[in-house]
Design a protein around this ligand. Sequence first.
Ligand SMILES: NC(=O)c1ccc[n+]([C@@H]2O[C@H](COP(=O)([O-])OP(=O)(O)OC[C@H]3O[C@@H](n4cnc5c(N)ncnc54)[C@H](OP(=O)(O)O)[C@@H]3O)[C@@H](O)[C@H]2O)c1
Length: 291
Amino acid sequence: MSIIDQSGTFPIGDRRVRRLGYGAMQLAGPGVFGPPRDHDAALAVLREAVASGVNHIDTSDFYGPHVTNRLIREALHPYRDDLVIVTKIGARRGADGSWIPAFSPEELTQAVHDNLRNLGVDVLDVVNLRIAFDLHHPAEGSIEAPLTVLADLQRQGLVRHVGLSNATARQIAEGRGITEIVCVQNQYNLAHRADDALIDDLAREGTAYVPFFPLGGFTPLQSSTLSGVAARLEATPMQVALAWLLRRAPNILLIPGTSSVGHLRENLAAAGLTLPDDAVEELNHMADIAG
Ligand SMILES: NC(=O)c1ccc[n+]([C@@H]2O[C@H](COP(=O)([O-])OP(=O)(O)OC[C@H]3O[C@@H](n4cnc5c(N)ncnc54)[C@H](OP(=O)(O)O)[C@@H]3O)[C@@H](O)[C@H]2O)c1
């Protein structure tokens, strides 16, 4: 039994994954654009993750673009039967690295085929539609047109399960009228808790919630509260941030990103960290302080 077994499991559609997974975005070059600084180090992170028991990897073909998917394929193909690779569509990259919404039927179809080719699979396990009425925050607007395209690709057998990213509760409800929504991937962490009510609703409904930026994203979380709790528990601040998310709700699946094997090991060890109630109470107030 590996340490990450202690985090438990939760289903994504008909697949059950360990709650501590891995997000591959940090493996691309600076600004998630271009190749990694150290190709072999990137492969080593992916291989170490799977060897440690990670069976949920988050990616997208617009990371690089094409870079993280090709690294995943090079490092891990042929894939273990229990590995669930979750990708996302809805953007493309400009020549300058900019992020450009890409929701036409042609662009969405192309994105699914790009993911299939670069990951080296016949069917994608899970595809999140990454909504972008506002690039950085969930914002209202109908997703019927792009989700119908994705549901058609699902009916053709190219996609097993569908999820939503950067989504509002209303969009999730609208999406469920079109196809089953097996997971929601929005920004959420100790200091950014706009989705508190949504997480509880999804937990009651048995839908996975996958916070992106679980460690704070490009600028990892920094707080004296977090550092103080970590010092008391002889853990690192990042481990405490992850342990808090595991404790927050049973449907939360973690995909912390890192380009370093050392940080990966540190993050996976968070599965073995149990936070005492007083620490949770203290951490629960971090959002108020940070906000
Ligand atoms: N749906 C979306 O719109 C969306 C948006 C963003 C991300 N995502 C997904 O979410 C995943 C996670 O997000 P993320 O990687 O951007 O952010 P994150 O997991 O919150 O944090 C990653 C950052 O933390 C650093 N880090 C990781 N472990 C650390 C440790 N133990 N100690 C110190 N620093 C550490 C990383 O640097 P090092 O490389 O130096 O470790 C990196 O700078 C991504 O990989 C991606 O798959 C989805």
